[in-house]
Design a protein around this ligand. Structure first.
Ligand SMILES: O=C(O)CCC(=O)C(=O)O
Ligand SMILES: [Fe+2]
Length: 210
């Protein structure tokens, strides 16, 4: 599997997601945490500030149909993969998603930018698994804008902290192996929205079913 790839949505698919994102914004919940944690002793999760909404019918349909096709193609494997979660994420100026690995049920993550003012997503393809010592270093970092985050990650982790910035043109879905390759949406300068869809190589327990 490559470490990222873009897929193009049709104009109508994009409009359906954009209009649904707008509709659901008023009921999105604020989520926020100042510290990240070590999950299963290998992955970093849980830090950032943004508002999140569950999917409406348009995102649900996209997740199970075209999104699944994109994620399957990206996976490069013959075996089926399974949609697990989908949501809209809304950032205001100053909001962020700190460096993290996606959930255990998110081997592949698709991200569609709903607006074009977002700070690029940053991937850390050489970081690999996290250790307790890594978590200590990460928790010493503040909520940083793009340049400072990339600099501090390089200073703290050397080669492992090397970053790759990925632009996300409107109307495209970005596929990443979100569990294996940690990533961040650094502190936003003006804000914007994305939707994210996760896929698992393992048939999810019913708790994850949509
Ligand atoms: O694209 C973003 O802003 C972050 C999305 C993300 O990393 C996630 O949903 O896990
Ligand atoms: Fe993520």
């Amino acid at each position: 599997m490559r470490f990222y790839e873009h897929f193009e949505l049709s104009g109508s698919q994009f409009e359906l997601l954009r209009s649904e994102a707008k509709q659901l914004e008023a009921s999105a919940d604020l989520v926020g945490s100042d510290t990240c944690a070590l999950e299963f002793g290998i992955a970093v999760n849980d830090r950032g500030r943004c508002r999140v909404s569950g999917p409406g019918r348009n995102l649900r349909a996209f997740h199970k149909l075209s999104g699944l096709d994109f994620a399957s193609e990206f996976s490069g494997i013959e075996a089926p993969i399974f949609p697990t979660r989908a949501s809209y994420i809304y950032y205001e100026s100053g909001d962020y998603s700190f460096f993290h690995h996606d959930a255990a049920s998110a081997h592949i993550t698709l991200i569609v930018a709903i607006s074009d003012e977002l700070t690029p997503l940053v991937l850390f393809p050489q970081f690999g698994r996290a250790t307790p010592a890594d978590i200590v270093l990460l928790n010493r970092m503040g909520n940083l804008p793009l340049y400072d985050l990339c600099t501090e990650m390089g200073d703290a982790f050397g080669e492992r902290g090397r970053s790759v910035e990925v632009e996300l043109p409107l109307g495209c879905a970005l596929a990443i192996p979100g569990r294996a390759i940690p990533h961040a949406r650094p502190q936003q300068t003006s804000g914007g929205a994305v939707c994210t869809m996760c896929y698992s190589f393992i048939d999810p327990p019913s708790a994850f079913a949509l």
